[in-house]
Design a protein around this ligand. Structure first.
Ligand code: SAM
Length: 318
């Protein structure tokens, strides 16, 4: 198996500890597979019907994704043709991984709400939320890396997301600056990106080490604390990463659930997929909050990348 020989040995060993035994082989194989290119119709700029007609007339073979309207995939061989298309350059579609699209769907922002996207660039999820909110309400999109911030700004403009205000700042400072401000908060946390590894590109894992996992975890802990503080009583928060590591996922949440005991609870997720695993309630001998079973790890397949999602609710003001 190509992935077994090429990916870092300690990563593969850890993965065998994390994932269900009967799914491990398939997951490992997925690191060598070229996935279809998925994209979302940008309803701020066009309609699904018009766009399908346009792309089909240009020769694209569209496959509809059953669990979300306005989402399609094409053969990866057509990716280049898609990025050269007018629909792409005019912001009528946004190319986005299927797992990544789950986060806004699960957070569920509504028109008129006040939403924080705490780690926003390049903006795929910000744009998806803008469309879900029909450009009504407010999204504050925070990004700390200058180059990425300007990429976010240009994506917002190209895709017509007028309800977004961008902030070039460290997300760790937001909670103290604007406590209890937002109805919903998305924290798509910077991570070790384990779910992005591909045997087709050694650079995808060149940065990876256990040290990197621990460094990411330190930052995630502070970002999540900031996210929780910025949330209104009764508000909803979605924490997600593209890492498999429990240190970046369940353990971060376990720590904050202990810290905010009685003020924060997990809202169990139910997703219309069969490549999912409930959150871990134990890792390497440490018992974690039993409600973490309501979090979800998306198992990587030939169609989807791995991902981790957990939805939290802040208690109402007493
Ligand atoms: N949500 C984005 C999307 O769907 O397009 C992807 C976000 S990516 C997983 C995480 C982002 O967090 C990166 O752009 C990274 O530069 C940014 N980041 C890292 N540290 C940060 C911090 N302290 N505050 C805010 N953003 C940060």
């Amino acid at each position: 198996m190509a992935a077994l020989e090429q990916l870092p040995e300690s990563f593969v060993q850890r993965l065998a500890e994390i994932l269900p035994r009967d799914r491990f082989g398939g997951c490992l194989e997925s690191f060598s597979q070229l996935k279809p290119t998925s994209f979302r119709v940008n309803r701020l700029r066009t309609t699904e019907e018009g766009l399908m007609e346009e792309l089909e007339s240009e020769g694209f073979g569209l496959t509809r994704i059953p669990w979300s309207s306005g989402v399609f995939s094409i053969d990866p061989d057509q990716r280049r043709q898609l990025t050269d298309s007018a629909a792409f350059s005019e912001g009528r579609i946004y190319i986005q991984g299927l797992s990544s699209m789950l986060a806004p769907l699960v957070l569920g922002p509504r028109p008129g709400e006040t939403v924080l996207d705490l780690a926003a660039a390049p903006g795929g999820k910000t744009l998806q939320m803008a469309a879900m909110m029909e450009n009504r309400g407010r999204i504050s999109a925070v990004e700390s890396v200058r180059g990425r911030f300007f990429r976010l700004k240009s994506n917002l403009e190209r895709h017509g997301a007028t309800l977004v205000k961008g902030y070039l700042m460290d997300g760790r400072a937001v909670g103290a600056k604007v406590p209890e401000r937002f109805d919903r908060v998305l924290l798509d946390a910077p991570c070790s990106s384990e779910a992005r590894f591909t045997t087709r590109d050694k650079a995808s894992w060149a940065h990876w080490s256990l040290k990197k996992v621990k460094e990411s975890a330190r930052k995630q802990k502070r970002l999540l604390d900031s996210a929780i503080r910025s949330l209104k009583p009764g508000g909803t928060l979605l924490y997600c990463t593209c890492s498999f590591a429990p240190e970046e996922n369940e353990m971060i949440l376990d720590g904050q659930l202990r810290r905010y005991q009685g003020q924060l609870s997990i809202e169990p997720l139910e997703l219309p997929l069969d490549n999912i695993q409930p959150g871990l309630v134990e890792w390497r001998g440490k018992t974690l909050n039993e409600d973490l079973v309501g979090a979800v790890r998306i198992l990587p397949t030939s169609e989807m990348d791995g991902f981790f999602l957990c939805r939290l609710r802040k208690a109402d003001a007493s």
